[in-house]
Write a protein that binds this ligand. Structure first.
Ligand code: COI
Length: 331
């Protein structure tokens, strides 16, 4: 059996080597290149391909992969919003993702960023770098004084709630599919409008499916408290960035944290040092003292990377053996 992995980064190699030692019977070949119509032929002869989300897996890409006989595709990440499922169906692709690699990685990052926003660390760090060690006016807010609205209570949202509880914050949660335990604790509000009305800070943990597109738009922001803090480490398309910029300009939004951006492909995980950003909005957001931008790094921990590699490789083997792994995507 042969598995071909695309886009293998240096930080993934130890986990891949680990996996290979535990599976001497499986031939594994890999490249740093991402899966594109041009690189699809590299997988020729493999039983499964393993990839991670950075580019769209378009009809063209899937056609090229199917053409070399590879229709088992295992993603090393959770998001599947970049797959052309219609084309995948046509070619009978078996697809898996890694829905739970380390919820803590993303939950922790989002809560660290929320804490940093509340304690105004960006402004403080800038002052300190200029040798200004005065306290005022960089006064912070305490987490335990905040009501935090958690939208989405899947694996990641639930870890975020536990972290918030540790801080002593009041949590109000919303999910279309409530979790029984959280329901018993009485954490849920009935609607997003209720959550917006109560929350001092809103943090997002829902997928970027079409029905959630721009859920944080001008209307939603208008329903939030004045001076609300918004944190998004889920998917860029959840947020209408123009509405957020308008909210920051008017002061309706006091602080904003983003690890994801609707236009991040080709922008994040690239080196722009010494060059102008090709995107005026990201340049504007990064320049603001009350905005924290991270380039989709919430997931990026040693534990998460290991799980992403190992679970996707296991799924690729299962597909190659004609089995359906538990993490197969139903579409
Ligand atoms: C995902 O797992 O879907 C992520 O968002 C991380 C990805 C950029 C590797």
């Amino acid at each position: 059996m042969k598995i071909f992995a695309y886009g293998i980064r240096d930080d993934e190699k130890p986990s891949l080597e680990d996996w290979k030692s535990a599976h001497p019977d499986v031939e594994v070949d890999y490249t740093q290149e991402l899966l594109t119509p041009e690189t699809a032929a590299l997988a020729e002869g493999a039983d499964s391909a393993v990839v991670y989300q950075q580019l769209d897996y378009t009809r063209e890409t899937l056609t090229a992969l199917a053409k070399v006989g590879v229709t088992n595709l295992s993603l090393r990440n959770v998001g599947t919003d970049n797959i052309d499922f219609e084309a995948a169906k046509e070619f009978n692709f078996n697809i898996s993702n890694v829905p739970v690699y380390s919820p803590n990685a993303i939950a922790e990052h989002s809560m660290i960023q929320l804490s940093r926003l509340l304690r105004r660390t960006k402004a403080l760090d800038a002052k300190i770098a200029k040798h200004d060690l005065r306290w005022a006016p960089t006064i912070g807010r305490e987490m335990r004084m905040q009501t935090v609205g958690v939208i989405g209570t899947g694996h990641i949202g639930r870890v975020a709630i536990n972290i918030l509880k540790g801080f002593g914050a009041k949590v109000v949660a919303y999910d279309k599919f409530p979790n029984a335990e959280l329901q018993a604790e009485g954490l849920y509000v009935d609607s997003l409008d209720d959550l917006y009305a109560q929350a001092d800070a809103v943090s997002l943990y829902v997928p970027g499916v079409p029905e959630n597109h721009h859920m944080i738009d001008a209307d939603a922001i208008a329903k939030m408290k004045d001076g609300v803090v918004i944190m998004n480490a889920s998917r860029g398309n959840l947020v209408d960035i123009d509405a957020v910029i308008a909210g920051l300009d008017s002061g309706k939004i006091s602080d904003f944290g983003m690890d994801v951006y609707e236009e991040e492909v080709g922008l994040f995980n690239e080196d722009w040092s010494g060059k102008a950003f090709p995107d005026a909005k990201i340049a504007d957001l990064i320049s603001r003292e009350n905005v924290l931008v991270t380039p989709h790094t919430a997931f990026y921990t040693t534990k998460a990377v290991l799980e992403m590699v190992h679970q996707s490789m296991d799924a690729a083997v299962a597909f190659a053996n004609g089995e359906t792994p538990a993490i197969a995507v139903k579409y």
